[in-house]
Design a protein around this ligand. Structure first.
Ligand SMILES: [Zn+2]
Length: 304
């Protein structure tokens, strides 16, 4: 979540000022070579300060695992506590400093921390440079997709759970009648899940073209390695040029050209079938077919 939450922005401004008062704890959390500075009024959390610190550490470690190192050298994580429970919203920004601000209730439970996806999603925003507004689908699609995949890779979520979630949610990103492509997407579903669908299609295609040597993970790692992180700005063409060069393909550039200004011809059912992901209508569960044509691609996508 970035540019849409105007009311949240107002809260953020107020909170940034609060974060510097003496009552706010400042804790440094090390994730590999990265130092994350956590600002929070930890004594207010019923669950205890260590559980909160562990949640930040775990989320950052999942992101670092996906990117082969946390995407930026330093950033701050600001917890905006409120009288309630749950992790309910977040926002990442690259200016004036790399920072994630999270709204988290002071009665948050361990279960809610374990299930939280928002902090991971927001941290993944650090790993992508700022692109012009019309590509907001990419800025939201990447975290939406990578949050799930990175958690499977880190053994934080079961693989079937994630595919089941994708089967349920990816249709929200499909083009509707009169669609004019991802760069003109206006609905939240088309942006977040249309962007995630773009990522899935790219991930599959990179794996196919490179015989599972590379995937989307390698492509986005190349962006970080070329310093194209959230505190920088770049054109989408340059972004995809750098990412494609690393995998020796044209997958991202070609897919973007197919999907940017017209509805692409996508058959989700055949994608799930080829990957070997089957949904059982009677049980509501997903089963995996390891003999499916692209089963090796699916395995490679989620492998640690
Ligand atoms: Zn977001």
């Amino acid at each position: 979540m970035r540019k849409f939450m105007v009311s949240w922005l107002l809260i953020v401004c107020g909170f940034t000022a609060v974060a510097t008062t003496a009552a706010t704890d400042k804790i440094e959390i090390q994730v590999g070579d990265t130092t994350l500075t956590l600002y929070a009024q930890l004594e207010n959390y019923e669950i205890g300060s260590q559980a909160i610190i562990d949640w930040v550490q775990k989320s950052a470690t999942i992101v670092a695992n996906y990117y082969d190192g946390f995407p930026v050298d330093e950033a701050s994580i600001v917890l905006d506590g409120f009288q309630g429970s749950g992790v309910i919203a977040g926002r990442a920004h690259g200016e004036p400093v790399l920072q994630v601000i999270i709204q988290i209730g002071e009665y948050v439970s361990q279960k809610q921390l374990d299930r939280d996806w928002i902090l991971i999603h927001e941290m993944i925003h650090f790993a992508l440079a700022d692109v012009p507004d019309k590509h907001h689908w990419l800025e939201e699609g990447l975290p939406t997709y990578i949050e799930s995949i990175s958690r499977v890779q880190a053994d934080d979520l079961p693989e079937k759970f994630v595919w089941k979630g994708f089967m349920k949610n990816m249709p929200k990103g499909m083009p509707l009648t009169d669609d004019t492509g991802l760069d003109n997407a206006s609905s939240i579903g088309r942006m977040y899940w249309g962007g995630a669908l773009f990522c899935l299609l790219a991930d599959i295609e990179i794996h196919k073209q490179t015989n599972n040597k590379f995937g989307l993970r390698d492509a986005v790692q190349a962006l970080v390695n070329n310093n194209l992180t959230m505190d920088k700005s770049v054109s989408i063409d340059e972004l995809f040029r750098v990412a494609d060069a690393h995998t020796g393909t044209q997958v991202l550039s070609d897919l973007y050209n197919q999907m940017k200004d017209e509805p692409a011809d996508i058959n989700l059912k055949s994608i799930w079938s080829e990957l070997g992901i089957n949904y059982n209508n009677d049980t509501g569960e997903v089963s995996l077919d390891e003999t499916a044509p692209l089963a090796s691609v699916r395995q490679s996508i989620v492998s640690p």
